[in-house]
Design a protein around this ligand. Structure first.
Ligand code: NAP
Length: 241
């Protein structure tokens, strides 16, 4: 069976991506960090629709946790392959830089960048051997435009876009594509503390996006139709930037 691994698949955009990719015929590995209840709910939904889903807990910031979890998954699935990887796990720790604590800086950088590095490096082995695969990195408007109060998050997402472009060129000869998706304001737990009423006035389309609107693009990038797209960053932001 062909599997898609979605990091941070338990909630928000990641959960919507899991549901979409399952409808596209992929079996889903739902990674989560601490919220098992939410991850189980996503798995239950997918199975209720006739799909296949399993949970895989690991902390994307821990090399050991990533390697151990993926190794044990591979051992228990000798005839299955992970053909799609979505690096979606992310956190926000907003603060003006002058007041930013070192742990706020590190947590955001580590989750986005170490997460991308540890998980992609591990999963790429199989993709390169089989000469096919899709890696989709969830970046952000913040990484393209820079947003005040988010120097940590903007830096992490901009770096993720750079890594996407570099890796795309490295692995293209083996027919593995690597792209990034840059959402604007999307309704999820991550944005529930924002002032949606006033922020939506800054969006040309006049509203926050839905997680499934990001998932639709990810599903396209994971599909056969997107075989000739690589190294790109595509925005889903209602015209904001
Ligand atoms: P969310 O609702 O807060 O969900 C975050 C997900 O990441 C959860 O599944 C969480 O797992 C997981 N996670 C966090 N730290 C992790 C770690 N160390 N290891 C493994 N998983 C971890 O966020 P979201 O809004 O869906 O955001 C998803 C992605 O889109 C993020 O990369 C975010 O930066 C990006 N994004 C979001 C927006 C937006 O407006 N929402 C805009 C641009 C970009 P648990 O459930 O176990 O905690």
């Amino acid at each position: 069976m062909n599997f898609a691994l979605v990091t941070g698949g338990s909630r928000g955009i990641g959960a919507a991506i899991c549901r979409r990719l399952a409808r596209q015929g992929l079996s889903i590995i739902i990674n989560y960090h601490s919220n098992e209840k939410a991850a189980l709910e996503v798995a239950r939904d997918i199975r209720a629709q006739g799909g296949t889903a399993e949970l895989l807990r690991f902390d994307v910031t821990s090399e050991e946790s990533v390697d151990t979890a993926i190794e044990s998954w591979e051992e228990s699935h000798p005839s299955d392959r992970i053909t799609v990887l979505v690096n979606n796990a992310g956190v926000r720790e907003d603060s003006l830089l002058i007041f930013m604590q070192t742990d706020q800086w590190r947590k955001v950088i580590d989750t986005t960048l170490d997460g991308f590095f540890f998980v992609s490096r591990r999963i790429l082995k199989g993709m390169l051997t089989k000469r096919s695969g899709r890696i989709i990195n969830i970046a952000s408007l913040s990484g393209l435009k820079g947003l005040p109060g988010q120097a940590n998050y903007s830096a992490a997402k901009a770096a993720l876009i750079g890594a996407t472009k570099a890796l795309a060129q490295e692995v293209a000869p083996r027919k593995v594509t690597v792209n990034a998706v840059a959402p604007g304001f999307i309704r999820s737990d991550m944005t529930k503390d924002l002032d949606e009423e006033s922020l939506k006035k800054t969006v040309p389309l006049g509203r926050f996006g839905e997680a499934d609107e990001v998932a639709a693009l990810v599903a396209f990038l994971a599909s056969d139709s997107a075989a000739y797209i690589t190294g790109e960053t595509i925005s889903v932001n209602g015209g904001l930037y």
